[in-house]
Each structure stands twice: as structure tokens, then as C-alpha cells.
Design a protein around this ligand. Structure first.
Ligand SMILES: O=c1[nH]cnc2c1ncn2[C@@H]1O[C@H](CO)[C@@H](O)[C@H]1O
Ligand SMILES: [Zn+2]
Length: 366
């Protein structure tokens, strides 16, 4: 009887946690520790729906579990409220990196909207500086085990995208790797912010756009063909441009072909999509088909607090739902690292000296 080759064995949770992981889509204001929210809320007298950390974690998950992006986003009122001072932003940023490093994440791009953190008088510049301080403190404490960059998000229903794009360019050599737009998708097409995207292109900057989550193909089409997005936040609805016949024959429409041919990275966030109703379950998530079709798929957390998740959890759910092996997880991870908004030589260095040896060591230890 021949033994099953080790690369075909389903990875254990512990192996997934140890495996090097790359995270491109994670919101700073969607990843706070419940205990930190309680402490910070106490300091400023912000009223929370419940008072102990465990119930608060559950409250976020249940409130976000709404099958509606708009209702899901309402839960951010409580996290954004406690992130209005330099100290609070630095603490949240530091804890974010600590939590990611403990989960085995080796490279992360963490996003948030600076314009949402100025209600107590901070300037946009002070917001970015406070977050960067927290990232620097925690990456230093982690002894180089993790590299982290900021992505600056503009809220799509607001009109500050040009300012935020300027901020991203001003901070490009000091920890900010790119730009994004987020918030309610229906009614707020990416072309509303075309001037900001055109400015960033002229500045040789990178940006991703939340598109194809709560709204379909037109949003993805605009993000790519009008705005020039380097990557798609979610992009799940690209599935609407793919047909699978009864005999299994797959046909890609023009937009799906373009996304695959150009290797446009999809920042997929399975658990978040189940909560907002963009997918019925993780096991039925379009990530399975898109991975089979070799789109440039990456795996992400979106909001660790609202989804009560981590990179390890997202990968474990995919292993359970689709039978993925360590080889598949390595493929997602290298896809993500190739798609990072980091200079090419730095991406290559992490792939060659961290990701490949990390997966090789896991394979050998079986
Ligand atoms: O999945 C999402 N889709 C769209 N917007 C989101 C998602 N998750 C978070 N945000 C929005 O992004 C802001 C900055 O981080 C958050 O405050 C939230 O409103
Ligand atoms: Zn998101």
C-alpha cells in the first residue's frame, strides 16, 4: 500500500497557522480586539450595546450577519467612534500587527479611511502618522517576522477621495503602499472618484477598488476599464460573467476573460461575503470555481472582528469546504505576494526567503 503523498494530505489547523500567510484586504477598523473597544469606549464615555468582551465580540458578529452590506457597515460606528485620538489609533494599529503576526501572517496591507478619524480634531496627516507609529512599534517588536503597509481608503459616498489620494502619495515612502475606496456600493459607482484614480495613475501609484460585492458586473467593469484598478476588493460577482453548462463546459464573458487574462488579483473574503449575502456559504463561495479556472485568487479576512475570523480560520474553512491542500494554500499565498503593492524585488524576497521555505519546512515535517 503506498502512502498518500504529503502534499495531498489535508493540512491541520496547526499547520495552517504555522504556514506563512499574506493578507491584502483587512480593515483596521474591522479588526479591533473587543476588550480594547471596551477600554477605549470607557475612556471617552462612548456607549456600547453590551459591556463584556465576549458578548461584544458576539454582538458584532451577529449584527454583521445581516445579509446586507449596508447593515453590516453600521456596526463600524462603534469601532470608528473609539479611534479618534492619536493614542487610540496607535494602540489599535499595534494590536492589529501583534494579532496578525501571532496568526502567522508574514505580509499584510491594512486599510482604513483617514477621513473617518478626524471628528475629535486630528488632521488627516496626524491620523496616518499615528497608525504608522503603531505599525512600526509592533513590527519592530516582532523582529522582522512581519512586514506591514497601510492602504488609505476613501469612503465612496463622501467627496474626499482626491484629498485621500494626495495623502497616499505624500506618504508613499513612509509606510503607505496604496489607495482604495470602500463603503456602500449600490448607488456609489467608482467613476464618482475618477479624478482621484486618474491622479494616482499619473503619480505611478497603486490602488484597489471594492467592487462586485453588493453590486454586480457594471461596478467591476467601471473599476477596471474606467478607473484602472490594479486589484479588485472582493470581485465575487465576476461569477455573473461565467457560465457552466450541464456537461461542465465553462464559458467566460468578455469581462471575466479580461480579468483572468490580465491576471487582475481578486481579494476574496469568503466569511465576509456570507455575512453580507454575496455568497450563501463558504463551501458554495465562487472562490472554488475561480480557483479551478486559475483566476489570480487571494484569500483575505476583510473584518476579523465582524466575521470573528483570522487568516488561519479563512484558510481552514476553505480546506474544509473545498478539500484544499498545503499546495493550494501556498498557491493562494504566492498569488497574494505577487499582487502586493510592494516593489517587485521586495515581493520576490519574501516569496523566496519566507514563503517557499516556510511551506517546504511544513511538508518535510510530516
Ligand atoms: O466589505 C466591505 N465592503 C465595503 N466597505 C467596507 C467593507 N468592510 C469595511 N468597509 C468600510 O471601509 C471602511 C474603512 O475601513 C469601514 O469603516 C467600513 O465602512
Ligand atoms: Zn473590505
Amino acid at each position: 500500500m503506498s502512502a498518500t503523498p504529503s502534499e495531498l494530505i489535508a493540512p491541520t489547523r496547526d499547520e495552517i497557522r504555522q504556514a506563512p500567510k499574506v493578507l491584502l484586504h483587512d480593515h483596521l477598523d474591522g479588526g479591533l480586539r473587543p476588550a480594547t473597544i471596551i477600554e477605549l469606549a470607557g475612556e471617552i464615555g462612548h456607549e456600547l450595546p453590551v459591556q463584556d468582551a465576549e458578548s461584544l465580540g458576539r454582538w458584532f458578529a451577529e449584527a454583521a450577519d445581516s445579509r446586507s452590506l449596508v447593515r453590516y457597515l453600521e456596526t463600524f460606528d462603534h469601532t470608528v467612534a473609539v479611534m479618534q485620538t492619536g493614542d487610540a489609533l496607535t494602540r489599535v494599529a499595534r494590536e492589529c500587527v501583534e494579532d496578525l503576526a501571532a496568526d502567522g501572517v508574514v505580509y499584510a496591507e491594512v486599510r482604513y479611511a483617514p477621513e473617518q478619524h478626524v471628528s475629535q480634531g486630528l488632521t488627516l496627516d496626524e491620523v496616518v502618522a499615528a497608525v504608522q507609529l503603531g505599525f512600526d512599534e509592533a513590527t519592530e517588536a516582532a523582529g522582522g517576522r512581519i512586514v506591514v503597509r497601510q492602504l488609505l481608503t476613501a469612503m465612496r459616498h463622501q467627496a474626499r477621495s482626491m484629498e485621500i489620494a494626495h495623502l497616499a502619495v505624500a506618504w508613499r515612502d513612509r509606510g503607505v503602499a496604496g489607495f482604495d475606496i470602500a463603503g456602500a456600493e449600490a448607488g456609489y459607482p467608482p467613476t464618482r472618484h475618477l479624478d482621484a484614480f486618474e491622479y494616482l495613475q499619473r503619480e505611478n501609484s497603486h490602488f484597489t477598488i471594492h467592487a462586485g460585492e453588493a453590486f454586480g458586473l457594471p461596478s467591476i467593469w467601471q473599476a477596471i476599464q474606467w478607473c484602472g484598478a490594479d486589484r479588485l476588493g472582493h470581485g465575487v460577482r465576476i461569477i455573473d460573467d461565467i457560465t457552466v453548462a450541464d456537461d461542465g463546459t465553462v464559458t467566460l464573458g468578455g469581462l471575466a476573460s479580461y480579468v483572468r487574462d490580465k491576471r487582475i488579483p481578486l481579494e476574496m473574503c469568503p466569511s465576509s461575503n456570507v455575512q453580507t449575502g454575496a455568497a450563501d456559504s463558504v463551501a458554495e463561495h465562487p472562490i472554488g470555481l475561480l480557483t479551478d479556472l486559475r483566476f489570480r485568487v487571494t484569500v483575505n479576512t476583510d473584518n476579523r472582528l465582524m466575521s470573528q475570523t483570522s487568516m488561519t480560520d479563512e484558510m481552514a474553512k476553505l480546506v474544509e469546504g473545498f478539500g484544499y491542500t498545503l499546495t493550494d494554500l501556498r498557491w493562494f499565498t504566492i498569488n497574494a505576494m505577487k499582487s502586493a503593492f510592494l516593489p517587485f524585488d521586495e515581493r520576490l524576497a519574501i516569496i523566496d526567503s519566507v514563503i517557499k521555505p516556510g511551506y517546504a519546512a511544513l511538508g518535510e515535517s510530516r
